[in-house]
Design a binder for this molecule. Sequence first.
Ligand SMILES: Nc1ncnc2c1ncn2[C@@H]1O[C@H](COP(=O)(O)OP(=O)(O)OP(=O)(O)O)[C@@H](O)[C@H]1O
Length: 286
Amino acid sequence: MKNILEVSGLNKSYKDFSLSDVNFTIPEGCIAGYIGVNGAGKTTTLRSILGLTKKTSGSIKLFGLEMERHEHELKNRIGIVLDDGCFYDELTMSEMKNIIAPAYTSWSEQDYMNYLSRFSLNPKQKISTLSKGMRIKFALALALSHKAELLIMDEPTSGLDPLIRSQLLDILTDYMNEGGKGVLFSTHITSDLDKIADTIIMINNGKIVFQEVKDALLDSFRIVKGDTKALNEDTRKLFLSLTETQFGFTGITNHTLEVQNCMPNIVIEKSTIEDIMLANINGGKE
Ligand SMILES: Nc1ncnc2c1ncn2[C@@H]1O[C@H](COP(=O)(O)OP(=O)(O)OP(=O)(O)O)[C@@H](O)[C@H]1O
């Protein structure tokens, strides 16, 4: 399978924060969820990929081509939805579109009009009067109207109501069904990824913690509940994170079989992506 995006050895240093040796790939046909808590380095990664932030070192390849050497051609093939929007507030959506569309060689006015209608957006409305959800829909309409093969979206669902979030997820599903596409979607609302992501990439404190196929990831971690008497020096080591109260313990493990074998009277439940993300931060074990 071809890789749509390859990030290798990406480093970026600010005064108080560094992205350190960030590596991940997005193969064709993959929706990758890029997760991490506030300040983990998601936006810095996405902006570095897009050349909006100057990286310290590393290689970004899109469709097998180096971003630095083929920036103009490659940007034509990417749809971008950033949380700050980068729009001129005093313009209408139609005027803003007239500035953006000529930058793309494969702009489709028909697709654009279809998306505006699907999103119930009026092209004559001023950008300053758009709600947050409307701004994101407008950014998405622009991103999807030039036959982009990779969509890069920074927190597209944050601040959106459940109805708009669910519409966005439907649109991404339709987009992927066209074939040959990829999506990199940063978020801390991990429940959206339960529905649509194929791969989960987690970043914490500027470092990649894991890149895993979502189903395999969800399969490998389990929540375990039981009496604290079952905890001892050895069994504690089987957990990434543990919470203990007077009523018992709750832990998250990726050693489920061992836990089952050596801990009696426990309850084992499935974990969510959020449980796994938090365990990888709070547990601190690698
Ligand atoms: N231009 C900058 N100059 C200095 N530090 C910066 C700059 N941009 C970001 N940072 C710092 O880099 C760190 C990572 O920020 P970043 O925006 O990448 O995180 P994030 O994971 O996207 O967080 P959030 O979910 O809150 O958007 C933060 O500590 C932030 O303060």
